[in-house]
Structure formats: C-alpha cells, structure tokens
Design a protein around this ligand. Structure first.
Ligand SMILES: [Zn+2]
Length: 407
C-alpha cells in the first residue's frame, strides 16, 4: 500500500507547500506573516467561460483587461503554460482587488491534476522603480483530499450497466476495466454472473466529491476464473498493474481494438452484423458493434503494412507486429495512419464505419499468426516485465491487505 498513496500524499503536501511558499512570496508586502491564507474578502472573482471559437486574447478583451496586462500575463505564463491553448468548456478566473479594482491574479485549471496561477507581485515603495507591474506564474497540483472507496457488482447484461445500477461513477468503472484491458475483452468474454470488485481513490475538494482517482486493486471473476490487478510501483520505470503472482497485467496485445469506454453495452445481441470467431461459418474475425467514428486502436506496437481500400473489407488497416503476429481492422469510415508508419499499442489507426461489405457500423477485427487467422480471444500472450524476484516478497506484503479486502 505504500505505493501510490504515499506518492499522492507527497504530491498534495508538495503542492500545498509550493502554493504556500509561492503565495507568501508573491503577496510580498508583508512576507513575515507566513501562516496566513489569502483573504477572500479583499478580492472578488470574475469567472470567464471558454466558449467555442474564443481565444485567450478575445476572452481577456471581453473582460476588459488592458492589452498591456494581457500581454504581461501571457508572457509570465509562457514558461509554465501556453495560454493560447486554453480549452473549450473550462473557465478562467480573474481575481480583482476589491478596493483598487485592479486585476491581481489569473487562475486556469490546466487539467484534472494542475492549475495555473499568474499573479501580480505587490511591490513595496522602496523597490518600485519601473512602472510595469511584475507578474509571475506557477503550476500547482490541485490539493485533492483522497478517500478510499470500494465498488462491486454482479454482471447481468454488462459490467457498465451493473456498475451504473449500483451508483458507481462511470469513470471509476472505465478505469477498472482499463486495468484488465490486456486480459479481458469486456464485450465478448463477459458472462452472466461474472463479478467485479475494486478499491480506488476518490478525490474531494472542500468536502465535495470531484472525481475518481487511481484504481488501487481490482478483482474480476470471469467464467469462474479469478483475475486480479494491483497498482504498484516497483521502480522508477516499472509502474502499473500486476497480478497476484507479480506478473505484469500489461501484455504485448490489448484484448480488444476498441476501448471499453466506447463499447460499454457489453453483450452484443440481436444485431446480425455482429459475429464471433467461427470457423464453420468462415468468419475468422471478431466483430465489435460501435457507433460511426468510434476510434479504433492498434492492439500492439508495429508497422502499418496496409492502409487503404480492400474490396469487401472497405477501408482497412493492417499492422505487422513481429515475425509471428499481424492484425487487420476493416470497414472503417476513415483511416488515421498510412503505409509504412510505425504505431504503438493503443494508438488510433482509424474510425469505425460501414465501408465495403457491411450492413451497419462495426469493426471487423482479425488476428493473423504465421499467416493463419486465429481467435485472438483464445490466444495467450506473454506478459511484459513483472516484479523482479528480489522484490516479490515486498510486493506480496504490499498487496496482502488489498487482496483480503477483495476476497
Ligand atoms: Zn466481421
């Protein structure tokens, strides 16, 4: 358990400390008072919604921020964040001094992890020699409070539906499924009665639930098989999910070419253009029903050996992975790669469509081993680098408690 919890605590403490130090530096005027929070009653905040087509310049102009201030803020931020990249749907907070009506700080949430703060340094009269105010910028980790939560359920039609019926945040279910993306195909391999249970972090700000954080451990019972995933950092470059034996959850191929978040409906029933791998019907492929435009990902690293039109396959991409395996992806609406290009595992290579001999939007996925089409769901792939022998005892010690909670 020492892994991510500790990291997150350090991150929070680090973030809070950095913010604190930086605040006390920038408030300047009375730097001897270091244990003081910024006083909200001395300021007021203007929230600016970033709408479609708006840019930093336009938004600041609309907020009547003088051109020179706009530029000073932009330049001050440049080293830590490019304000020309502000994103649609987010907000920029402009914090003003209540007495002087002067803009003192700009706050922008960069992503779920960090905020950008650009603040005007208050000078004392003895040091003020230039007329331009000084602005300084910093990226600060958002100081979430972490609570540990557990979620579980029994699958009737799909894991997604089972989780939602239990009120589990869909982002947490998706994160759990991602821990098993090299092991389980949640569309084709899930059975009625399969169970799932996972332990994860929930992030709060000022007591309010914001979002799920890291999944720490998960168990998926698939057709009687007990599958585990534990999040663990063995060393600087070996971090991720590992199973109960210390083998990496990560394998050379992903189980499905469409991410779980796009095919949450689980069992594919009814639609006649959805077929399983079936030698007697000659359908040596797996079909995935998905809406038009759903990203299709390469299941492994490789080189594009075909990208274009191929008769009844429509728009097709083939990936050569190694001397043994290659994969084909057909009926796509649009391709995202070209011949000869190198791709990495999970990279988008095209988008679901219904080109060629197809009666509805779906992905036709084939895996080829030594020139023969095989069933990728049956194939067992070697795992990536697991926990080193000398570290296994520590690893087993770290997961014991989590495993007990899952069982
Ligand atoms: Zn097919």
């Amino acid at each position: 358990m020492k892994f991510s919890k500790l990291n997150i605590i350090l991150l929070i403490v680090g973030g809070a400390l950095a913010f604190f130090i930086w605040q006390s530096n920038t408030t300047g005027a009375d730097s001897s008072i270091t244990d003081k929070e910024p006083e909200p009653e001395l300021t007021y905040t203007k929230k600016i919604e970033i709408t479609d087509g708006s840019t930093y310049g336009i938004l600041m102009q609309e907020a009547r921020v003088p051109t020179s201030t706009r530029q000073l803020i932009f330049t001050a931020a440049e080293d830590v964040y490019d304000l020309s990249k502000v994103r649609l749907g987010r907000t920029i907070d402009l914090i003003y001094n209540k007495q002087s009506d002067e803009l003192e700080q700009l706050v922008y949430q960069i992503d779920s992890e960090e905020k950008l703060y650009v603040s005007q340094t208050v000078r004392t009269s003895t040091t003020a020699t230039s007329s331009d105010p000084i602005w300084s910028a910093a990226r600060i980790a958002i100081p979430y409070e972490i609570k540990i939560a557990t979620a579980e359920g029994v699958i009737d039609s799909s894991m997604y539906e089972a989780a939602l019926a239990k009120g589990i945040d869909e982002r947490a279910v998706i994160a759990f499924a991602e821990a098993f993306q090299w092991t389980v195909d949640f569309v084709w391999q899930v059975r009625q009665g399969d169970t799932f249970k996972f332990i994860y972090e929930e992030r709060y700000l000022d007591g309010e639930y914001i979002m799920p954080g890291q999944v720490l451990a998960g168990k998926f019972v698939n057709d009687g098989d007990e599958l585990y995933a534990f999040y663990y950092q063995e060393s600087e470059d070996n971090l991720g999910f590992f199973d109960q034996n210390g083998d990496s959850a990560q394998k050379i191929f992903l189980k499905a070419p469409v991410a779980f978040k796009y095919i949450t409906s689980g069992f594919t029933t009814g639609s006649r253009y959805i077929s399983a791998f079936n030698i007697s019907t000659g359908h040596r492929a797996i079909d995935y029903a998905a809406t038009y435009g759903t990203p299709v990902r390469s299941v492994g690293d490789g080189t594009i050996s075909f990208a274009g039109w191929d008769g009844s396959y429509g728009n097709k991409v083939s990936v050569h992975h190694n001397g043994t395996y290659s994969t084909n992806y057909a009926h796509m609406s649009r391709l995202a790669v070209s011949y000869g290009q190198k791709v990495s595992q999970g990279q988008t290579i095209g988008y679901v469509g219904s080109t060629g001999l197809s009666t509805g939007p779906h992905l036709h996925y084939e895996m080829v081993k030594y020139g023969t089409k095989i069933n990728p769901l049956r194939e067992v792939f070697p795992p990536s680098k697991g926990i080193a022998e000398e570290n296994k005892e520590t690893y087993f010690g770290a997961i014991t408690d989590l495993r007990q909670q899952l069982d």
